[in-house]
Design a protein around this ligand. Structure first.
Ligand SMILES: *[C@@H]1O[C@H](CO)[C@@H](O)[C@H](O)[C@H]1NC(C)=O
Ligand SMILES: *[C@@H]1O[C@H](CO)[C@@H](O)[C@H](O)[C@H]1NC(C)=O
Length: 368
């Protein structure tokens, strides 16, 4: 009898580890992963108009506040992992009810790790505020599930942070009055960003996060916005910016690995390398199915290459490319859905060069 029960327990437990914990993601970050929070803010940075979302099937092609034509990386990973819902924008009315389904998305366009980043755009939620908002959500979970239930639930959830790009972009903006760009050396900027990020990671850990994915910064020196304001010809990137980013990423990776040692085996911090994935797409773009990695699909290259509203007759109209799947960049800042699919596949299934010590699929299946 005892053997029978033991066997039953082992079989049911194998089953439960591999299939029954549903995928929940608490996502933090900037416009790369914002799913609509800036719609609720008095912000100059919004993606709440057409043609944003033109390929986003759940809304039938209507804009949702996502800064791309279709799914974000967070959406794609959630869908691939069989999440019950896409992580819902934290400022939307039904966010609380999503906490125990697919999770909540706290990301906000124009925000960064540092509080001053994005002040030019007025409304945005810096990383600090995003975590404040998670703390509010956590309070609601404790009321519903109790402290122990909440801890147990959060232990299995994936926390992801995709931020830092706007801190770098702000640093390289020309000095304008009232624009808070950071008057420090490149090395100090890297150190300030990494130490602030590390504090926030520890704060999330204290709030119960145990599976945490930290996404690095991509090669921003190659995005159409940066190439256009620096008058860089086709095929040329802003090397000074990319060098600063590589140095930051290296320091971030070291800090993430330190956290794993410091916090012990009860939690896992994953470093996700998007820089090399995007660099490979830029260099060997035809291998990835792209035909254009220089221009945005939406908006022209000069002067500032904004993707403007289409649809209303009286509005200034914008131009969009014929085949959106052939452009790496949707607008002058953001990857299109085709590129997001490739990045998400690397996050999900990548080897240790892309995700270390585990990829997202392994992290989700890992029993703490
Ligand atoms: C919560 O967990 C602690 C420690 O495991 C335990 O002592 C306590 O009784 C639990 N509380 C409830 C309400 O289950
Ligand atoms: C966090 O960033 C601010 C600048 O926004 C800086 O003044 C502060 O020293 C940083 N904190 C840490 C711990 O690095």
């Amino acid at each position: 009898m005892g053997t029978y029960y033991a066997l039953f327990f082992i079989i049911s437990c194998l089953f439960c580890v591999s299939c029954c914990v549903s995928y929940t993601n608490f996502a933090f970050g900037d416009s790369i992963v914002d799913a609509g929070n800036n719609n609720y803010l008095p912000s100059l940075s919004k993606a709440d108009y057409s043609p944003y979302g033109i390929d986003f099937t759940p809304s039938g092609g209507k804009p949702t506040g996502r800064y791309t034509n279709g799914f974000t990386i967070v959406d794609i990973v959630a869908q691939a992992m069989g999440a019950k819902t896409l992580p819902s924008p934290s400022l939307s009315a039904n966010a609380a009810s999503h906490a125990t389904l697919g999770g909540i998305n706290y990301a906000s366009g124009a925000s960064g790790i540092l509080d001053g980043t994005g002040s030019l755009f007025v409304g945005r939620l810096p990383l600090r505020r995003q975590i404040d908002n998670f703390e509010v959500s956590r309070g609601e979970m404790v009321r519903r599930m109790g402290e122990n239930g909440t801890q147990e639930f959060l232990k299995n959830a994936i926390f992801s942070l995709t931020t830092g790009s706007n801190d770098i972009i702000t640093y390289f903006l020309p000095n304008l009055p009232f624009v808070g760009n950071y008057d420090v050396s490149p090395t100090s900027l890297q150190d300030i960003m990494v130490s602030n990020m590390t504090l926030y990671l520890k704060r999330l850990h204290k709030l119960g996060a145990r599976k945490i994915v930290v996404v690095d910064i991509g090669p921003l020196g190659c995005i159409p916005f940066v190439r256009s304001i620096h008058f860089l010809p086709v095929g040329k990137c802003h090397e000074e910016m990319n060098t600063l980013i590589r140095g930051y990423n290296q320091k971030l990776r070291t800090s993430v690995h330190h956290l794993n040692q410091e916090m012990g085996s009860g939690s896992i911090f994953v470093y996700a390398n998007s820089y090399d994935v995007i660099s490979a797409m830029l260099q060997n773009y035809r291998d990835y199915g792209f035909e254009n990695v220089n221009d945005p699909c939406c908006g022209d290259f000069f002067p500032l290459s904004f993707c403007l509203r289409i649809g209303d007759e009286n509005e200034i109209s914008t131009s969009i490319c014929d085949d959106r799947s052939k452009y790496l960049f949707w607008d002058s800042y953001h990857p299109g859905e085709a590129a997001n699919f490739i990045i998400a596949q690397h996050m999900l299934n990548g080897d240790e060069n892309t995700c270390s010590p585990l990829n997202v699929r392994q992290l989700h299946n890992h029993k703490l």
